[in-house]
Design a protein around this ligand. Structure first.
Ligand code: MRU
Length: 334
C-alpha cells in the first residue's frame, strides 16, 4: 500500500519479516502516527494479535504464519506454539488456517522463513485477484458502502473489500465510498478512511447508524470483508455487518463479501456455530480512556455478528465471484 510519510510516499505492507523479526504497522496508532514495531519472540506476536496491534483476518493469518516461523527458529515445541497462537483470537478463520498450514510445512522440513513469506505473498496475490474480479462490479459514478477495515491493513496488502475499489480507481473509474465508523474500535473511521485518503479515493465517514439513511438515499453497491465463512455461506464479520445486510435486502442493494479461500471454514456447518469474540466493555463505555457511560451501567461488546447466506449477493474470491450456493463446488477445485 502507498503510505505518505514525511520522507515521501513509501510502499508498505501491514506485516512482514525482516532481520529475524516480525514487523508490523501498529494499527492502534493510526491515523495519528505510523509506528512500526518488531518482535523476535512468537509469544509477543501472539500478544500483538490479541491486543490488535495487527488485525483483520488475513493479516492475522500472516502474523500467525510468522509467529510459527519464529517458534520454529527458536526451537520451541511446535504443538504448544500452535495452540498458543490459535488461542490469540477466536473468530477469524485465517488464524487457524495459517497456523495449521505452517505446522504442516515445518513438520515436512520446509524452511520456516520461506514458508511464512510464501504464505504472506500468497495472501497478497489472492487479494490482487479479488480486486480484478470485484472491480468489474464497480461502474463509473457508483456510491459504494463498506464497513470496518477490509483494506491493505487487514490483509498484508491490497485488501479484500477495498481491492476492487483500488483496481477500479486504477482503471480510471470515479466512485464514492461511504465508510461506516465501526464502533467501538473505529476501524472504519481510523483505518479505512486513512487508506482511502492515502489512495486519493473520494469518501466520507458516516456513523454506523447512518447506514440505512444513506442506503435509502441511494447506495449502488455494498462490499464488506469476512472473518469466517461457513459451509452453508453464512459469514461472520465486524459487528454491524448484519444490520447493513438486512437494510441492503430491504432497499434492493447488491451486498458482496470479499474474502480469500483462507477465510472459508467448511468444517463449520452454519454461522450459528462460529465462536464470536466478546471484548472488554471498556471499549464501549470509554472514549480515549475516559469513561463516558454512567457509572454502574454495564456494556456488552460482541466484536462480530453473523450474516445469513440468504442476504449475500455473492462472494468475491480469488477464484471469481461465487453465488453462496456454489461456494463448496468452486472451492473444492483449490
Ligand atoms: O476486529 P478486527 O478489526 O480484526 O475485525 C476485522 C474485520 O471484521 C474485517 O472486516 C475482516 O477481518 C475482514 S478483513 C479483510
Amino acid at each position: 500500500m502507498k503510505v505518505r510519510t514525511e520522507d515521501g510516499i513509501k510502499d508498505m505492507s501491514a506485516v512482514w519479516f525482516d532481520g529475524g523479526k516480525v514487523m508490523m504497522i501498529d494499527q492502534r496508532e493510526l491515523p495519528h502516527s505510523i509506528r512500526i514495531t518488531g518482535f523476535d519472540d512468537y509469544g509477543d506476536v501472539v500478544e500483538a494479535i490479541r491486543n490488535m496491534t495487527v488485525r483483520g483476518a488475513p493479516s492475522i493469518g500472516a502474523a500467525a504464519a510468522y509467529a510459527m516461523c519464529l517458534a520454529a527458529l527458536s526451537g520451541a515445541d511446535m504443538d504448544k506454539a500452535s495452540a498458543d497462537i490459535k488461542a490469540a483470537r477466536p473468530t477469524a478463520n485465517d488464524l487457524f488456517f495459517a497456523t495449521d498450514h505452517m505446522h504442516r510445512l515445518i513438520k515436512d522440513g520446509q524452511d520456516p522463513v520461506t514458508a511464512a513469506e510464501d504464505y504472506a505473498n500468497m495472501i497478497i496475490w489472492k487479494c490482487t485477484r479479488i480486486g480484478e474480479h470485484g472491480s468489474k462490479l464497480i461502474k463509473d459514478g457508483m456510491r459504494i458502502m463498506t464497513h470496518c477495515n477490509a483494506g491493505a491493513l487487514a490483509t498484508v496488502d491490497v485488501g479484500t473489500a477495498l481491492a476492487p475499489m483500488r483496481k477500479a480507481r486504477d482503471e480510471g473509474r470515479r466512485f464514492f465510498v461511504y465508510a461506516s465508523e465501526t464502533r467501538p474500535r473505529l476501524q472504519g473511521m481510523q483505518l479505512t478512511a486513512w487508506e482511502l485518503n492515502q489512495e486519493g479515493i473520494d469518501h466520507a465517514i458516516i456513523p454506523d447508524g447512518a447506514s440505512a439513511y444513506y442506503m435509502e438515499k441511494g447506495v449502488d453497491l455494498i462490499i464488506t470483508g469476512a472473518d469466517r465463512i461457513t459451509a452453508n455461506g453464512d459469514f461472520a464479520n465486524k459487528i454491524g455487518t448484519l444490520d447493513k445486510a438486512i437494510a441492503a435486502k430491504y432497499f434492493g442493494i447488491p451486498f458482496y463479501v470479499a474474502a480469500p479461500i483462507s477465510t472459508f471454514d467448511f468444517d463449520t456447518g452454519t454461522g450459528g456455530d462460529i465462536v464470536i469474540e466478546q471484548r472488554s466493555e471498556r471499549e464501549v463505555t470509554e472514549i480515549a480512556g475516559v469513561r463516558i457511560a454512567p457509572e454502574g451501567s454495564p456494556a456488552l461488546n460482541p466484536a462480530f455478528d453473523v450474516t445469513p447466506a440468504g442476504l449475500v449477493t455473492g462472494f468475491i474470491t480469488e477464484n471469481g465471484i461465487l453465488d453462496p450456493k456454489d461456494i463448496r463446488m468452486v472451492l473444492d477445485d483449490e
